[in-house]
Write a protein that binds this ligand. Sequence first.
Ligand code: CS2
Ligand code: MN
Length: 356
Amino acid sequence: MKMIFRWYGENNDSVLLNDIKQIPGTDGAAWALHDKHPGVVWNQSEIQEAVDWISSHGLNAEVVESVNVHEDIKLGLPSREEYIENYKQTIRNLASAGVKVICYNFMPVFDWIRTDLHKKLEDGSTALFYENNKIQHITPEELIKKITENPEFTMPGWEPERLEHIQALIDQYNDITEEDLWKHLQYFLEKIIPVCEEYDVRMAIHPDDPPWSVFGLPRIISTREDLQRLAGLTASRYNGITLCSGALGAHPENNIPAMIHEFKDRIHFAHVRNVRRYDNGDFIETSHRAADGSVDIVKVIQAYHEIGYEGYIRPDHGRHLWGENCRPGYGLYDRALGIMYMLGIWDTLEKGGYKQ
Ligand code: CS2
Ligand code: MN
């Protein structure tokens, strides 16, 4: 496996490329042009500049996370044609700079959803937390009303100045069913996968986080069956998966090691993170250690070892430790600890396992 680390760029990240270079066994940065709006072409010169900068620090830039998909593509609007053409051009441009994998997602309106970005764990560290009750039994209209009347109630991503925009986006999905979303994903993949094949760039869809529908919006990449259906949309291996143990692991029925075996030919990018689930549907992100959460990370790494995984892998999110001031979930320390845990398991397996 090829260990990499997500990096948000010189102006957007408390972590430096030199810091990443010092994490043992870590050879690359998962990067993106974060200023680009979905739907626009990433120019060759801007791409090359970013890739050269990362390479000059001794790290590869072979994975991009993410090239975001324009909402009109997910909605299946006629304007999608132009955005898909732009996406194809971005794929070609990334290929010419040596990019091998593009991570993306197909979640309407929201990417990941949490209710608290700094929830305290027993040890005093903080982590991203999802409180089911705050999300499940409430419509977006009710939530917006609640936040407007009571601004302290605000949630990440739902800042008062964004409410109007959120409402307008959600309204566009009123008549879009899960089946529609599947059709729109298929349409998108049928157009872009031939370009990926020609230019040798693999697409890797990130699962829904959390892996269930929120606010009545359709979500379609949440379970094993969903991944089977995704794989069937186009037979090409270039239509692949980012298997995120943190996102999928929030659902008790998702057996991550079994998924790794089943979808081994389609996994081009692995995100590894532990998550502790509670019976009421809440969950909190924990350290990578198997004993600290509900996902057995030893078994996850073992499954990657068993399939002879040669793709890219990164720690997903981390807790905030030792007073670190960082992007929520993306500090240096806990993710670096996560890498050492993963490599410890991997190296032990490489040496034939621990012998008494
Ligand atoms: C997530 C996502 O994996 C992660 O760290 O929090 O934001 C992920 O980058 C996107 O869904 C991929 O498109
Ligand atoms: Mn992830």
